[in-house]
Design a protein around this ligand. Structure first.
Ligand SMILES: [Zn+2]
Length: 63
């Protein structure tokens, strides 16, 4: 069984840990919608919209 995924409310990155691996925030949410994989931040429109600065896996919406 897959581990439950959480999403950081600050940067929207996915994590299975108790804190965000990207920004270190502990403000995580299990309520999220949509997955976006950002490979190249500089070429990605969605990265600009979400405000992400690093490649990775992000949620579109965090509840
Ligand atoms: Zn974060």
């Amino acid at each position: 069984m897959a581990r439950r995924k959480y999403v950081c409310r600050d940067c929207k990155m996915f994590t299975t840990e108790k804190k965000c691996p990207n920004c270190g925030s502990k403000d995580l949410s299990a309520s999220w919608k949509g997955i976006v994989v950002v490979n190249k931040v500089e070429d990605s429109d969605i990265a600009g919209i979400l405000g992400v600065e690093k490649p990775g896996k992000y949620a579109l919406f965090v509840g």
